[in-house]
Write a protein that binds this ligand. Structure first.
Ligand SMILES: [Cu+2]
Length: 131
């Protein structure tokens, strides 16, 4: 005997609701603990064509300092934040301090431009949370 058709229709609806709720929760659930601080520091290392960690998270309105340990020569460029942080030449062995205001929320690719490797490679993402 077949169950009434309404029973099967409820399953995809429940799944869609669950997924929708899970996706909608991500941005607020993962706001950094220090979101209330006026200024924050994030350490990172530039190794080959990647940043470790690959994702740096801050909140809009914060003064951000990226303490960058550099292991390869490149021009470091934060896309979408050109006005706040100009692209700059970094050299292997240097510790570079990059400071800017996180004025815009969103996800911004951190890239390097090189002459001895890829012309441009995305090495990580800056996530600026709305608060
Ligand atoms: Cu670039």
């Amino acid at each position: 005997m077949l169950p009434p058709p309404g029973r099967y229709r409820a399953v995809p609806l429940a799944l869609a609701l669950l997924l929708g709720v899970a996706v909608a929760c991500v941005p607020t659930a993962e706001v950094p603990d220090d979101c209330g601080a006026a200024a924050v520091m994030r350490p990172a290392t530039l190794v080959e064509e990647r940043l470790e960690p690959a994702t740096l998270e801050v909140c809009r309105g914060q003064g951000v300092t990226i303490q960058l340990a550099v292991e390869r020569n490149a021009v470091f460029h934060l896309h979408g934040y050109d006005a706040e942080l100009s692209a700059q030449q970094v050299r292997a062995g240097e510790d570079v301090t990059l400071t800017f205001e996180a004025v815009r929320a969103g996800q911004f690719p951190m890239a390097i431009h090189t002459t001895d490797g890829p012309a441009e490679a995305t090495v990580g993402t800056l996530v600026v949370h709305e608060r």
